[in-house]
Design a protein around this ligand. Sequence first.
Ligand code: ADP
Ligand code: MG
Length: 360
Amino acid sequence: MITVRNLSKHFGELVVLKDVSVDIEKGEIISVIGPSGTGKSTFLRCLNLLETPTGGQIFIDGVPLLDKTTNVPKLRQKMGMVFQSFNLFSHLTVLENLTLGPLKLQGKSKEEANTKAKALLKLVGLAEKAHSFPDELSGGQKQRVAIARCMAMEPEILLFDEPTSALDPTMVSEVLAVIRRLAREGMTMIIVTHEMEFARNISSRVFYMDEGLIYEEGTPKQIFENPQKEKTKAFINRIRSLRYHITNENFDLYAMQAEMESFCEKHGLTKRVAGFVALIGEEVLGLQKSYTDINLSLSYSEKDGTVEILCESAGAPENPFDEGVLDDDIGIKLIKGRCKSVDYEYKNGKNVLLLKVKGE
Ligand code: ADP
Ligand code: MG
């Protein structure tokens, strides 16, 4: 249904997509994952020509999208796109948002457009909200309306660009449920998402994007359980991290601790673990001899639930956990009591401490 050959996209000097080639069959559900800035949105935007590719070819049902003779508006109607930020018209009711395209672009009768729109609102669980305005809805409801609006144009392919990342965590699941429902009905979909569990459950294939390419692709089982390439492995195993580069004594320790705690909360870790993390963060800095060049990172692996703090600091080699170095130090004791393991190595001129935080 979609064939992409050697697609590239440059923004001036910046090469975002180097060489992307894929085939997507009708009914497939593709999740696109990868670090931010790797061109996932650009890839989707090239597919429906919101961006003009620099090179390569895209075929939709065999029709070359980039050919001058191609009827682009018609082809584009085959594709609906759902954005992170909903993009509803705030001066129109929910129903009017849904009927606008069919009335203006497809020449449908008002009655036909209304009937279809109401059926779609029912599908996304919002039949009651037909006459509400977008501002009267929650984020999750707005996104469901946006999905219904897309469907009103009867697309053959739906493109989702991080449809849940602007939502309050409590509203993510209602939107994912709607997408899952469309998947069951056989819709062809390409979904850029950070929701790994969702991607794993729903997709027929997963694309991991990095280095301007589809760096690795496979079934969810292959990508999530047995990734082959280095960057995919790192991404799958340690998806989430917070990083600090500390260069002087005046950095805001309390702000860092608060951020660490909310990071833990965001990833569903317990208050206890969040407390450990904030305390270890403080104590590991307390062990440092100088604050001129410290890299501190907190990472959480969604796959196995491990929480790690990594601290790298320049200077002469010294393991603070060695016997005889800081034996009676309260910081050492506090850290050891809250970690499963503490490892030290001297690497590239840096003291590197890897602290694995105790769970639950
Ligand atoms: P992702 O969705 O994977 O986070 P994007 O496709 O949004 O990545 O962006 C990839 C890179 O391209 C980023 O470095 C971004 O700053 C850059 N970029 C995206 N759109 C534009 C644009 N219109 N002009 C210039 N640079 C852009
Ligand atoms: Mg993006």
